[in-house]
Ligand binder design. Sequence first.
Ligand SMILES: NC(=O)c1ccc[n+]([C@@H]2O[C@H](COP(=O)([O-])OP(=O)(O)OC[C@H]3O[C@@H](n4cnc5c(N)ncnc54)[C@H](OP(=O)(O)O)[C@@H]3O)[C@@H](O)[C@H]2O)c1
Length: 354
Amino acid sequence: MAHRVGIVGASGYGGAELVRLLEAHPQLDLEVVAAHAQAGQPVASLYPNLPGDRVFDDVDLGRLTGLDLVFLATPHGPSLQLGAALRKAGTRVVDLSGAYRLAARDFSRWYGEEHPAPELTPDPGQPGAAGDGDDTAQRAVYGLPELFREQISGAGFVANPGCYPSAALLALAPIADRLQPGSVIIDGKSGTSGAGRAVADRLHFSHVHADLTAYAAPAHRHTGEIETWLPGDLGAVSFTPHLIPMSRGLLTTAYGTVADGTSAADVQAALHAAYDDEPFVHVLAAGTFPHTKALAGSNGAHVSAVLDERVGRVVVTCAIDNLGKGAAGQALQNANLMLGLEETTALTSLGVYP
Ligand SMILES: NC(=O)c1ccc[n+]([C@@H]2O[C@H](COP(=O)([O-])OP(=O)(O)OC[C@H]3O[C@@H](n4cnc5c(N)ncnc54)[C@H](OP(=O)(O)O)[C@@H]3O)[C@@H](O)[C@H]2O)c1
């Protein structure tokens, strides 16, 4: 029997990518494609790659709570409210925003506001820990399946990781126990779809085209997320994102000082041990570097590491599609796990290249 699902924020980039993926899912019926300002508009009027008769729905909580699972592809403000309301009604939720990725105290620090539902925020000490035994009070699970698959499977509430943290954590987690605390620096670069569909001055073609710039350093919200979910205790990390003149794609380059005695072979072995059985993460041969374009439209991640023995630092790069493994693809991977379906269902397409 098919599961009935809906999307809130279907008119945004992440939501529309979910519509594209869900149209091909054999076990999920997409019943609601809700939007805010765009409610009532034909989906195809905004997304010509999604032909058909669908029209963006209004956000109707009563209708949403009748579904088996709802994806929230909304800014963190609406997600804070909708996530709590849907969970109260017992509806499964995958939230693509940053509303439930951090413990309440860390959320206040990085988002500058009190969390309205601290009891639903994740507990990084016990990812996946239940609240008071009531399923609807279960804390959100951080939805990076390669680290927390067991906790995500069957969970009611999953906080989908941010796009930069997805790539940075996939790059660093396997070798975290070999890195010296305080030594990690991450450089991230994302295409403009990472900023969403809303019009903004800095995203105009004439501003972005043939340009490259950093932004939001040193306090981008994803810094706190990376520090929270990086295994072990590596302390503070430095993270600087950059805006790149391309539509899709994200690359992180992470640097860290390795413990004495760590060899290039140790680093390769750690990456292969972590990912050789993973369906979506591929380790490239040392000296081969990931291309964002190779992942376009897919849920894949390409990881590659080199050890700079001269300075004792490892350099790990990871490329993803920010709308794929960085958002909608990963959200669907999580939903498959939550509903007990094959994890890779409707996600096996390889990237489009060139
Ligand atoms: N873009 C990425 O690469 C990416 C990656 C990872 C995570 N995320 C996160 O995913 C979420 C969606 O991102 P996006 O890039 O898809 O954003 P977006 O393109 O700006 O879309 C936002 C969506 O939220 C809807 N919305 C806005 N206010 C709402 C409200 N009060 N109630 C209900 N719906 C509302 C919008 O509807 P209308 O357009 O109809 O007003 C639109 O569908 C964000 O939290 C973002 O941080 C994005």
